[in-house]
Design a protein around this ligand. Structure first.
Ligand code: ADP
Ligand code: TRP
Length: 322
């Protein structure tokens, strides 16, 4: 299996990103080939502050390393450090019908809201296709929202192959476990855009305050409740050890307890669950040059592979061999 995925450097990771995506990328890092990159070229379509983009890029690498990405096993790099991908993107653009991109939801949503969207946002899926095809990736772990982009990638690759021969490997999306849809502090889906996140690397004191403020229903204390329906329990079950999770489920079913106690237990469990990653994050933050070295090593490995694929594509369509 040749695995690849990209993460946009748009801010600190929250529990939704961790349980919905990152943990599964890390579980796949033992594949025959595992490439993970920080999608800074894609982020440039939205992050328009020089310092912020640079900072978020290095931060994202530190986050992944602290959360268990092993740079000996997986290739970790920054998207823009592999210029072959941007070059491949042009080749693919010439095989991309406008209509295919007009149907893509990120662009369509913006347009329907009357928001300005640049050619970067419009061609975003083609760059994503180049990311995937440049490494002969066959498996792309992504959230549900990205499945359309993988389909677009297959269409573009298929059309290029149809014209020029079997150049690209057609990838498959590996949809991440949708049961891991993590609720935010307001009960909606946790998302940066809703300002309802619990961040993975949050200071435990601040996180406890955020947890204590989670909105709950006004159920009388003595009434039993189905744990799976309650957001506090849903969050608790992500971070608590199995036996404690069971105990808590029993308490819900019995009734006669207060939400304040659940919140306190949640804060304690969250602190313990992320404590190793938090310490690891501090370690990496203290040695940014080591992180830069890892990224450079990763980029060198990625460029080697992308260079071969680009060369293959260039020969196939007549850009080379003249
Ligand atoms: P945000 O909504 O905070 O901007 P992103 O869209 O950047 O998050 O999320 C990156 C990936 O993290 C998504 O593709 C998805 O797989 C995962 N993810 C984000 N939020 C959640 C959530 N609440 N529950 C489960 N997975 C999530
Ligand atoms: N578009 C993806 C996201 O917003 C990030 C991404 C860029 C990506 N290139 C990719 C994901 C290639 C998978 C494969 O989450």
């Amino acid at each position: 299996m040749k695995v690849l995925s990209g993460i946009q450097p748009t801010g600190r990771p929250h529990w939704g990103n961790y349980f919905g995506a990152i943990t599964q990328y890390i579980a796949l890092q033992e594949a025959e080939q595992a490439f993970y990159f920080i999608a800074n070229l894609h982020a440039l379509t939205t992050v328009r502050d020089q310092q912020q983009l640079a900072e978020y890029t290095l931060d994202s690498a530190m986050d992944l390393l602290a959360l268990g990405l092993d740079p000996q096993q997986a290739v970790l790099f920054v998207q823009s450090d592999v210029p072959e991908v941007s070059e491949l993107c042009w080749l693919l653009l010439t095989s991309t019908p406008m209509g295919l991109l007009e149907r893509c939801h990120a662009y369509k949503d913006k347009k329907s809201k009357g928001l300005a969207s640049g050619a970067g946002l419009f061609t975003y899926p083609v760059l994503q296709a180049a990311d995937i095809l440049a490494y002969d990736s066959d498996t792309v772990p992504v959230g549900e929202d990205q499945v359309q982009h993988i389909e677009v990638c297959r269409d573009i690759a298929g059309s290029f192959n149809h014209q020029f021969g079997e150049v690209f490997v057609l990838p498959k999306a590996k949809v991440l476990d949708s049961s891991a849809r993590v609720p935010g502090t307001d009960g909606e889906k946790m998302s940066k855009s809703y300002d309802n996140t619990l961040d993975v690397f949050e200071d435990p004191g601040r996180q406890k305050k955020q947890i204590m403020r989670i909105a709950t229903d006004s159920r009388p204390m003595d009434q039993p409740k189905e744990p799976a329906d309650d957001i506090l329990y849903q969050l608790y079950s992500l971070v608590a050890p199995e036996d404690q999770r069971e105990e808590m489920a029993q308490l819900y079913r019995q009734g006669g307890f207060g939400y304040g106690d659940v919140k306190k237990a949640l804060a304690v469990a969250a602190e313990a669950f992320f404590s190793e990653a938090r310490a690891g994050r501090d370690d990496w933050a203290a040695r940014p040059d080591d992180v830069r070295d890892i990224l450079q090593m990763g980029a060198a490995r990625a460029r080697k592979k992308a260079g071969q694929v680009l060369d293959r594509a260039q020969h196939a369509c007549g850009l080379k061999g003249y």
